[in-house]
Ligand binder design. Structure first.
Ligand code: MF3
Ligand code: CO
Ligand code: CO
Length: 274
């Protein structure tokens, strides 16, 4: 049985219970998440053919430090970078590298800043130069899947409504939803209860209540949903080497619906970011 508890009196660990946050907590999340979103706005200028993604990662580190924040991924379970940068058929958790971006690459940049103890977790897709038509279509679809998931967030709905909305849209477009990674509760912990599945049935899962905070971060593949992890122990790629895309927002359940904490201050949604 799932239970909910007041986040203020909860231990700072994942007990499987769902923490409910108050208005002051929402303000803390807003601040951390807006810093993450600003950084995602800033890195857009760096995504050009020839760019080394390790320089983007370095920028993310410096940006965090300059604003009093720590990148949550750095040394998280041994993860060695300040961001995850996942190109083309990489599904998630790609390592920034010294290999230059190439014209037509599509990439996800995933950043989590810890500011005043709050975790702001978000990712977006970017284009290096002009993408191929199929790649652009996948990226547009994946953004629409994230937003369809977010639209399913309101008190009284079950968590399964999110996955159901995402899966329905993705499969209607003959794409597939990655099963091996999910969204997660977030707040003063990076990864907390509940798991947020990006597929499934609207009547499954726990009921959403005002004060819940979690991420929605669908990974959508042009081919089949299966993934494998490379020998570095982190990089997840599509088994069939088909293109994969992902967008992520951190959101809170309000009395009437949803607040998107990581919405872009510059008004950016999906690429190209002009
Ligand atoms: N930011 C990722 C997420 O959306 C988690 C990355 S964990 C890492 O949950 F260790 F790979 F960085
Ligand atoms: Co996340
Ligand atoms: Co993330």
């Amino acid at each position: 049985m799932t239970s909910y508890l007041d986040a203020a009196s909860a231990p700072l660990k994942n007990t499987g219970q769902i923490k409910l946050y108050n208005e002051q907590d929402f303000a803390g999340m807003r601040k951390a998440c807006q810093l993450t979103a600003s950084c995602l706005d800033e890195v857009a200028k760096m995504v050009v053919p020839g760019q080394k993604t390790e320089l983007i990662d370095k920028f993310v580190y410096e940006y965090g430090m300059d604003h009093g924040a720590i990148p949550a991924t750095l040394n998280y379970r041994g993860y060695p970078y300040s961001s995850c940068i996942s190109l083309n058929h990489v599904v998630c958790h790609g390592f920034p590298s010294s290999k230059p971006l190439r014209e037509g690459d599509i990439l996800n940049i995933d950043i989590t800043f810890i500011l005043d103890g709050w975790y702001g977790d978000s990712s977006r897709m970017y284009f290096a130069g002009a993408p191929k038509r199929a790649a652009e279509r996948l990226v547009d679809l994946t953004y629409d899947c994230l937003m369809a998931g977010i639209e399913a967030v309101k008190p009284g709905n079950r968590m399964g409504a999110i996955g159901a909305a995402i899966q329905e849209l993705a499969e209607k477009e003959r794409c597939s939803v990655v099963r091996d990674f999910c969204g997660h509760g977030v707040g003063r912990l990076f990864h907390d209860a509940p798991n947020v599945l990006h597929y499934g049935h609207a009547n499954d899962g726990v009921e959403m209540r005002p004060g819940m905070i979690f991420t929605i971060e669908p990974m959508i593949n042009l081919g089949k949903h299966h993934v494998k992890i490379l020998k570095d122990g982190w990089t997840a790629v599509t088994r069939d080497r088909s293109l994969s895309a992902q967008f992520e927002h951190s959101v809170g359940v309000t009395e009437t619906g949803v607040e998107i904490f990581t919405a872009s201050p510059a008004g950016h949604t999906r690429p190209p970011y002009l």
